[in-house]
Design a protein around this ligand. Structure first.
Ligand code: ADP
Ligand code: ADP
Length: 225
């Protein structure tokens, strides 16, 4: 697990400042949520950690490494997208093995890496199914296995519960927390739901209008004095 550090990071889209001189550090092995209303800059922040958006100004470090100008492929970071973004024409195991295969890992080894993650995530036995044959919660697990297969230093979640029904949400957030703790992963987790942030986080970064409004542990931010 590696740390993530933003130093005065700004992102502009034309005249819109989506993220305005934001600084924070996520310690190794911590789950930190970016919490705030729609449009405050959470997803842009997450995408800048991933290298899916480049910072307009400032510096981004992962561990000791300055990744500000590195592409997504060179950052050792994986993201679980809100929509899961699974390949519909590929089986579960093909989806999970895709990353290593693209990197040139022989198919047999890529499948072994994929099976290991599918076992960890509780999907053993479903590897030959198509994504469309799985429940929403199972599809999300495939997305998580796919994100884990290259053993990233940092794992990112963008509103991971938003496509699940209310009954599943609590269970899935507990599963994400357990996985994060068992594998000692550094996780950045975007949500607009305060109750969800309180339940899963080591630390919360509250964003408002492209800036950080408050940071602290769930207890520091929300427990009655
Ligand atoms: P959040 O994730 O908190 O809802 P976003 O990071 O998605 O917020 O967006 C922050 C602001 O940046 C919003 O005003 C949004 O419309 C704008 N924005 C995000 N992405 C783009 C983009 N690709 N082009 C132009 N504006 C964008
Ligand atoms: P969320 O806030 O949940 O990420 P959005 O609908 O704000 O969802 O954004 C979805 C996608 O559209 C993101 O990739 C974001 O970067 C992009 N986006 C958001 N606002 C704009 C915008 N004004 N112009 C272009 N792209 C945008």
């Amino acid at each position: 697990a590696a740390s993530v550090e933003f130093r005065n990071v700004t992102k502009r889209y034309g005249n819109v400042t989506a993220v305005d001189s934001v600084s924070f550090t996520i310690a190794p092995g911590q789950l930190v949520t970016l919490l705030g209303p729609s449009g405050c800059g959470k997803t842009t922040t997450l995408r800048m950690i991933a290298g899916l958006e480049m910072a307009s100004e400032g510096q981004i470090l992962i561990g000791e490494r300055d990744v500000t100008n590195l592409s997504a492929a060179d950052r050792d970071v994986s993201m679980v997208f809100q929509s899961y973004a699974l390949f519909p024409h590929m089986s579960v195991i093909e989806n999970v093995a895709y990353g290593p295969t693209v990197q040139g890992v022989p198919k047999k080894d890529a499948y072994a890496m994929a099976m290991e993650k599918l076992e960890i995530i509780g999907l053993k036995g479903l590897e030959k199914r198509a994504p469309s044959e799985l429940s929403g919660g199972q599809q999300q697990r495939v997305a998580v296995a796919r994100a884990l297969v290259l053993e990233p230093q940092v794992l990112l979640f963008d509103e991971p519960l938003s496509n699940l029904d209310a009954k599943l949400r609590r269970r899935v957030r507990e599963d994400i927390r357990e996985l994060q703790q068992n594998l000692n992963l550094t996780v950045a987790y975007v949500t607009h739901d305060q109750e969800e942030a309180l339940a899963v986080s080591d630390h919360i970064i509250v964003m408002s209008n492209a800036r950080i409004a408050q940071t602290g542990s769930p207890r520091e931010l929300y427990e009655e004095p």
